[in-house]
Write a protein that binds this ligand. Structure first.
Ligand SMILES: Cc1cc2nc3c(=O)[nH]c(=O)nc-3n(C[C@H](O)[C@H](O)[C@H](O)COP(=O)(O)OP(=O)(O)OC[C@H]3O[C@@H](n4cnc5c(N)ncnc54)[C@H](O)[C@@H]3O)c2cc1C
Length: 248
């Protein structure tokens, strides 16, 4: 009806009515205090909220962020957490034109966001060195978090990436220790080079933290299993899958 707005419809100005009540009940509100571009596709976002103070965070947890005023959420991994100041940082990769990509491009310091979490996702309790973070661009925040939480752990990152040069630039600005990059090739040919490293790593007793693209995880898990790696040494969480949106 002209002149009336549905009670629970979020608007460009922000959520109204019932939507506002739902957000207040189930999310925490945070302020974006810094948006730092490491490269054109890699951004570190700092969030601050009184609701983050006193929260006990562990590496591997996730946060879902509402993108703007819409009810669309995307999932990110806190890289670190300061329970005194209520600050956390996220490492976000913009893979292309997508809701998260558009949101990242428009984000600036001072913006207010609604978040769910942090909540448990990957259980990394008790993992021991050496650790191999096997994933892609979306796994970089996780690799950083693991080392932040326990700097004594020996961590190697093996990442399949769309553009080696750009990822390298981001990693010089956000060091995650030793990182080997495998640039994506047609028919996943790059995974052969990655897999050649696995027998020696399995023999060294490594724990493989598998995140990133679902089909790569499945394939690498099969190889690791055939090499005798027990499930306990392969904590796994798919971060995205072709054709699927907003995995949680
Ligand atoms: C537990 C968890 C933690 C995560 N942590 C992080 C993090 O710390 N940093 C981070 O950058 N991402 C992280 N992700 C991944 C991120 O949530 C997804 O990449 C998300 O789909 C991006 O939203 P979008 O709007 O760009 O794309 P969507 O609208 O969700 O998807 C649109 C299309 O893009 C494809 N797509 C999605 N992601 C990628 C990608 N990375 N590369 C290529 N194609 C893609 C989809 O398959 C789909 O076809 C995490 C995901 C989960 C489940």
């Amino acid at each position: 009806m002209a002149g009336f707005q549905k009670l629970d419809t979020p608007t460009a100005q922000g959520p109204k009515g019932l939507a506002k009540v739902v957000l207040a009940l189930f999310t925490k509100q945070a302020t974006v205090t810094e948006v730092k571009a490491l490269d054109e596709r890699f951004t570190v976002i700092t969030l601050q909220s009184p609701a983050f103070q006193g929260v006990r965070w562990v590496a591997g947890q996730k946060m879902q962020i509402m993108l703007g005023a819409s009810f669309v959420a995307r999932t990110y991994t806190p890289m670190e957490w300061n329970p005194e100041t209520g600050c956390t940082r996220l490492f976000a990769y913009a893979h292309g034109d997508s809701p998260a990509g558009e949101w990242l491009a428009s984000l600036s310091a001072g913006d207010r966001v609604h978040v769910f979490g942090p909540r448990n996702s990957l259980d990394l309790t008790g993992i021991a060195s050496p650790i191999v973070v096997l994933g892609d661009e979306t796994s970089i925040g996780l690799a950083y978090a693991i080392q932040q939480q326990n700097p004594t752990l020996a961590v190697l990152c093996m990442l399949e990436v769309n553009a080696r040069e750009h990822t390298q630039v981001a990693l010089t600005r956000l060091p995650v220790g030793t990182a080997e990059l495998f640039e994506r090739q047609p028919d996943d040919q790059h995974l052969q080079a990655l897999e050649q490293n696995l027998p020696a790593l399995v023999a060294s007793g490594a724990t493989f933290v598998l995140t990133g693209k679902a089909s790569t995880i499945q394939r690498v898990r099969r190889v690791l299993k055939s090499l005798g790696t027990p499930a306990a040494r392969m904590p796994t969480k798919a971060y995205w899958a072709p054709g699927k949106t907003g995995l949680d």
